[in-house]
Design a protein around this ligand. Structure first.
Ligand code: 0A1
Ligand code: ZN
Length: 899
């Protein structure tokens, strides 16, 4: 087990194996809040009873940074003691229910951690997941304790005219001294992490809808008064979500009122509190003038995600936090499917799949190979907030997707129905979910292989799938042999084989899909086959194969593995041009680019003398770009080179500067050699009409944006001024943020002299738009580095009047954009980037440990770095570790990195 060098000994690991049911149940909770930023009073009246299944013991209630004023049992004073931050009550009634009343106060105005009850822009918000409720009152702060909540809110009426909590508004009215009240009753039992309250000066866009079953619902999106004009898209996304969940899974809205509230101070994206979702403004507010197409798409998927949690997370919740992926993996899967189902055509679906895989491979694969690697269902943690990870979310979603692949779409829907029949209203485990999907499909491969399949939940690390193809001309057979392995991860060296669903096909040399005849299997037909691998090594043989085919393996990315196949360039070009699966076409292009980059890095220490991209690759890219029928979004993905992060993951030792220089040289070559084609692409996709953020026109704008950036890059090489001039013009004239921002980014990344006036103009145009200012900061901090100018610029940005370290969005837009998203600028030979990182981790830790711990992860992969980066990164990590008063959040990340 991980040893923490914390002398206080405060942090201890929580282990999944230690799970024990709670000793008490809390059936009802009546909360009364007198809201005041400086001192909020919280009266908490609970009815409790002992859990008959657990031996009698003391009641231990969690608390954090609370001032305790009074404790009454059945209306009378009682003895209690404190054990650390827990309130311990012994001698409680043995039989039946009893009432426990606790009166505490807290200080929302000083709550910079943004967990529990806090103030943002003079409004009150709460964030309780995972363990924030204990910062509001003493409670059994664990997800398997589900209670009926009623909430009375009291506050100054002029300052906080809107008072919201979960469920239904049952009463409201005025009080003395300009105060007023509202009473909310939640008809559904819930764990306390789903509790929420909001109070402030807010306005709402409202929409009444009638569901299929005839029930009426009120949907509301609450924002600050000036933001009303940016709520239409969120509302439409919510309506689409309600319709989709009912149509696809038969899951109807179970609330009379469903509210979304936006706040600009939020640690994460959004939170699924029952009936009262609280969102980061970034995932609510959008207008043509202020939000990009990507923002619009993100809003749709985050609104969907939170809404879908209403069933997967809220109606059925997690038994303990080790089961976090039960709700998160499943809900990400559901939001991915939602976004795909909203796509007008199959090609747009494929684009969404490629984008999701790209996130998985650039963020989750590195996590799974680094010091924070953990199984989808972890075995232990020190700080649960550190486990809201891409592994729990994105890899968890891939595990659910594989289940769907193994039982089919209809079978998966049946499994979901059984899951709700069995577990609605309870707190369960990942095992319960997998069992329901398997039991609903008793003849499926999943049911037959369930115990082995569940290794996806228990074993960390990205499996490697090695494939080899053998063509036997005499027998006219082709045999694919697969070997799987999984690297060691912290705490576990050897792994058992996984169940790997491999979707595959064969492509003839001419590009035609071959019909598959599998040896000893007369049932299979068609040109695609799902091979379910279970052993360490396995083969499959195809018959009637006239010539050596090109295997198309892992179509649609059917399993979250790293596939090694020794493709020739010619084979990859065939797949890129012809495979029936768009994901694999894209993948073939990425492999070609990757191969060339790795070769260049090996050949040329500075990335400059490298041979660069070959003719065939350039010609293939031209063919894709000019293709008459492929859609623009797909072209943009194919023509975007693999990221520096992804590239670095392919190397054993990483020199970030060499990686950066190599990729830049490749981009420049693509810009130069396809100059005419980029010009054509820009002109052909810049048609203006009225702005709609749908997949088709977003794709056109994305491709035009890439073309413009390439044209500016080519111009920098040739000294031409026409394209930068055009970019500036487009920046000024654009009628939407996507085109405007793409043009600005093209100037900033190429370091053109017009970037400066453009940035100044952008700032003055949008100085009152927080979310747009975030983009302005992020663009500069994420800017391509040429002369080490980015770090000094970042330090200057932090002195800007609009910078505020306490606001997570702003901190992310500057510090994270530099440390986590700009490797070429961050990994400096003089170690100044790492020094900056350590300063910021420490500064943020004093304000908001959760945000600090995320930043701490920017050096996760330091052991892969080449010298001198490696040594100076280690020094920076040690500098942070040396601080005595680190939060558990940061301490856990840093200790793991240094272990
Ligand atoms: N459950 C939310 C994510 C979330 C998690 C933790 C938070 O605060 C620490 C906030 C939000 C989701 O999946 O959307
Ligand atoms: Zn979620």
């Amino acid at each position: 087990m991980l040893q923490l060098p914390d002398s206080s000994g405060a942090a201890t690991a929580v282990r999944r194996a230690d799970y024990a049911a709670p000793a008490f149940w809390i059936d009802t909770v009546a909360l009364t809040f007198d809201l005041d930023p400086a001192k909020t009073r919280v009266l908490n009246k609970m009815t409790l009873r002992r859990n008959p299944d657990v031996p009698a013991q003391a009641l231990r209630l969690d608390g954090d940074e609370l001032n305790l004023a009074r404790v009454l049992v059945n209306g009378a004073g009682c003895s209690f003691k404190m054990d650390g931050s827990q309130l311990v009550l012994e001698n409680l009634p043995v039989q039946g229910s009893f009432e426990l009343e606790i009166f505490t106060t807290c200080t929302p105005a000083k709550n910079t951690k943004l967990m529990g009850l806090y103030v943002s822009n003079d409004s009150f918000f709460t964030q309780c997941e995972a363990e924030g409720f204990r910062r509001i009152t003493y409670f059994l702060d664990r997800p398997d304790v589900m209670s009926s909540f009623s909430v009375l809110l009291r506050a100054d009426k002029a300052r906080y005219p809107v008072l919201l909590s979960n469920g239904n508004l049952t009463e409201q009215g005025d009080l003395e001294d300009g105060r007023h009240f509202a009473r909310w009753v939640d008809p559904h039992k819930k764990p306390c992490y789903l509790f929420a309250l909001v109070a402030g000066k807010l306005v709402a866009r409202e929409q009444r809808i009638t569901a299929r079953n005839g029930r009426e619902h009120l949907l509301q999106v609450y924002v600050r008064p000036g933001d009303m004009d940016k709520t239409e898209h969120a509302m439409q996304s919510l309506i689409k979500s309600v319709i989709w969940d009912e149509a696809r899974f038969g899951l109807a809205l179970d609330l009379e009122r469903f509210m979304i509230v936006a706040t600009s101070d939020f640690n994460m994206g959004a939170m699924e509190n029952k009936g009262l979702n609280v969102f980061n403004t970034k995932y609510v507010l959008a207008s043509q003038a202020t939000a990009t197409d990507v923002d619009f798409a993100n809003i749709e998927s985050v609104v969907g995600h939170e809404y879908f949690h209403n069933w997967t997370g809220n109606r059925i919740t997690c038994r303990d936090w080790f089961q976090l992926s039960l709700k998160e993996g499943l809900t990400v899967f559901r939001d991915q499917e939602f976004s795909m189902d909203l796509c007008a055509d199959p090609s747009a679906r494929a684009v969404k799949r490629i984008e999701d895989v790209r996130v998985l491979r650039t963020a989750q694969f590195p996590e799974d190979a680094g010091p924070m690697a953990h199984p989808v269902r972890p075995d232990s943690y020190i700080e649960i907030n550190n486990f809201y990870t891409v592994t729990i979310y994105e890899k968890g979603a891939e595990v659910v997707r594989m289940m769907q692949t193994l039982v089919g779409r209809a079978g998966f829907a049946k499994g979901m129905t059984l899951y709700f029949e069995r577990h609605d209203g309870t707190a369960v485990t990942c095992d319960d979910f997998a069992q329901a999907i398997a039991d609903a499909n008793p003849d499926s491969a999943l049911a037959k292989l369930l115990p082995q399949f569940k290794r996806w939940y228990s074993q960390a690390g990205t499996p490697r799938l090695q494939a080899r193809g053998d063509f036997n001309a005499a027998e006219r057979t082709y045999t694919l042999t697969f070997t799987q392995s999984c690297p060691a991860t912290p705490g576990r060296d050897s792994k058992e084989p996984f169940v790997i669903p491999i979707n595959l096909g064969l492509v003839g040399a001419s590009g035609a899909a071959l019909r598959l005849h599998i040896q000893n299997d007369l049932t299979s037909v068609g040109d695609s086959h799902l091979f379910v691998m279970t052993q360490a090594t396995e083969s499959i043989t195809f018959e009637n194969i006239p010539e050596e085919p090109v295997p198309a393996i892992l179509r649609g990315f059917s399993a979250p593995v790293i596939l090694d196949f020794d493709y020739t360039d010619a084979q990859l070009l065939t797949l890129l041009a012809h495979d029936t699966d768009p994901f694999n076409r894209w993948e073939a292009g990425q492999r070609l680019a990757l191969r060339s980059a790795i070769q260049s890095i090996a050949d040329s220490p500075d990335g400059i003398r490298a041979k660069g991209l070959n003719h065939a690759y350039i010609a293939a890219m031209r063919a894709v770009l000019r293709h008459p029928t492929l859609d623009a979004a797909f072209k943009e993905l194919v023509l975007t080179l693999p990221s520096e992060t992804y590239l670095s993951e392919q190397l054993d030792v990483v020199d970030p500067q060499r990686v950066h220089a190599t990729r830049e040289a490749m981009r420049e070559q693509l810009a130069r050699e396809l100059a005419d084609d980029w010009q054509w692409a820009f002109e052909a996709h810049s048609a203006n009409g009225s702005y709609v953020p749908d997949t088709l026109s977003s794709g056109r704008r994305a491709l035009a944006g890439l073309a413009l950036s390439m044209l500016c890059l080519a111009a920098r090489q040739s000294g031409d001024t026409v394209w930068p001039g055009k970019a500036y013009q487009r920046f000024k004239d654009a009628d939407n943020m996507t085109d405007r921002f793409n043009a600005l980014a093209a100037l900033v990344h190429t370091g053109h002299e017009l970037a400066k006036p453009a940035l100044a103009r952008f700032h003055s145009l949008f100085q009152n738009e927080e979310l747009v200012l975030d983009k302005w900061f992020a663009l500069q901090a994420g800017c391509s580095d040429r002369a080490g100018q980015v770090l000094p610029a970042v330090r200057m940005l932090m002195k800007h009047k609009d910078f505020n370290l306490q606001n997570p969005n702003r901190a992310r837009s500057v510090i994270f954009s530099y440390c986590s998203a700009n490797p070429g600028a961050f990994h400096r030979a003089d170690a100044a980037g790492y020094l900056f990182w350590s300063e910021q981790v420490l500064a943020l830790d004093a304000i908001n440990p959760q945000v600090a711990a995320r930043l701490a992860r920017a050096l996760d992969r330091w052991k892969k770095l080449a010298v001198p980066y490696r040594t100076s990164a280690q020094e920076a990590l040690k500098r942070v570790a040396a601080k005595a008063s680190l939060s558990n959040d940061v301490r856990e990340v840093i200790s793991r990195a240094l272990a």
